[in-house]
Design a binder for this molecule. Structure first.
Ligand SMILES: NC(=O)c1ccc[n+]([C@@H]2O[C@H](COP(=O)([O-])OP(=O)(O)OC[C@H]3O[C@@H](n4cnc5c(N)ncnc54)[C@H](OP(=O)(O)O)[C@@H]3O)[C@@H](O)[C@H]2O)c1
Length: 306
């Protein structure tokens, strides 16, 4: 297929682009700088410089493609996670950007739109499993994700094939927050976001990338992209500590994280999300079945590259 990727130079995109090329697709991708264009070309993609907020120019860029994959996002660093204004850039990318991408894809006659979203949209379900029919929640940090899903729905209503991928908390080599979390674990700081018995659904970025490839053939719809075994927050912190080769002496912030309310709720709530629908529809399976294997692989890869 001829595939255009927006956000192809980001944390997930830089895994997804080579995976798409490896699967035999012809890949074009948005580049915002000469450096990023060179990186895309080195991965076997054709870089295209175009604004994410210009539907007419985007339609021209998308013309002749079978699918558009929108992975563009501009999340704040973890240090700024609780600062509301730090989310403005990502809100604009997810709201205005996703609307421009969907409109342009329609105008260019592209058949399929794959739109990234997040599993953190679901309400807290305690220890119960969550599938795609579970009710979602609205709080400030999710404004952009809901808008992006709405853009994909508009694309579908107009006759296109829209696929929404709700990704778990991603991690892996190349994501700044992952390297920071491993460094903290090495200093014996266990990161337990919320009550330790709550569940956290995660996805290694390499597995998110293979899911993007599989999404090119899946029936239209919304799918959870998470690993097979969500761990409890305590289990996740232990997996991280084990990967870092350290014992957690301090476990923070734990329940105290709840005092930050909706500013931290995407991370403190209990989300035991199932990938069964996507697995059944595509045959996709994550290479890292849980964060235990995924963090061990991440630490090993980062140590090799050091
Ligand atoms: N999602 C999670 O689970 C999570 C959790 C905690 C922390 N984080 C952290 O948040 C950081 C950012 O993550 P992210 O998901 O936003 O991915 P990212 O790695 O920053 O990638 C976002 C992609 O969108 C593109 N983009 C951003 N603004 C754009 C614009 N105005 N026009 C066109 N393209 C634009 C970027 O292009 P450029 O390459 O040109 O910038 C990039 O290709 C990561 O490093 C990660 O450590 C993520």
């Amino acid at each position: 297929m001829k595939v255009f990727v927006t956000g192809g130079t980001g944390a997930i995109g830089s895994h997804a682009v080579p995976e798409l090329v490896k699967a035999g697709h012809s890949v074009s991708a948005l580049a915002r700088s000469a450096d990023k264009a060179a990186a895309l070309a080195a991965q076997g993609a054709s870089p295209v410089t175009v604004s994410l907020f210009d539907p007419a120019a985007l339609a021209e860029a998308f013309s002749g493609h079978d699918a558009v994959v929108n992975l563009a996002s501009a999340m704040p660093s973890t240090a700024l996670f609780m600062v509301r204004r730090a989310w403005r850039a990502t809100e604009r990318v997810r709201t205005e950007g996703s609307a421009a991408v969907a409109e342009a894809a329609l105008n260019a006659g592209v058949d399929r739109l794959v739109q990234e979203s997040v599993a953190m949209l679901y309400r807290d379900h305690g220890a119960a499993w969550i599938d795609e029919d579970a009710p979602v929640d609205h709080y400030p940090a999710t404004t952009g994700n809901h808008a992006a899903e709405a853009s994909a729905r508009r694309f579908a209503t107009a006759g296109g094939t829209a696929v929404v991928l709700r990704l778990g908390l991603f991690y892996g080599p190349g994501a700044a927050h992952s390297e920071q979390m491993l460094a903290q674990a090495r200093r014996h700081l266990g990161l337990v976001l919320g009550p330790p018995e709550n569940y956290l659904s995660s996805i290694h970025m390499a597995d998110a990338a293979t899911a993007v490839v599989a999404a090119l053939g899946v029936p239209a719809g919304t799918y959870n992209i998470v690993d097979d075994e969500p761990l409890t927050k305590r289990g996740y912190a232990d997996a991280l500590a084990h990967a870092a080769g350290a014992t957690p002496w301090v476990r923070l912030p734990g329940r105290a994280g709840l005092v930050f309310g909706d500013r931290l709720t995407s991370l403190t709530r209990s989300l035991r999300v199932s990938n069964a629908r996507f697995r059944a529809a595509t045959g996709w399976a994550p290479r890292h079945p849980s964060a235990r294997e995924g963090w061990a692989a991440t630490a090993a890869e980062l140590a090799r590259d050091r």
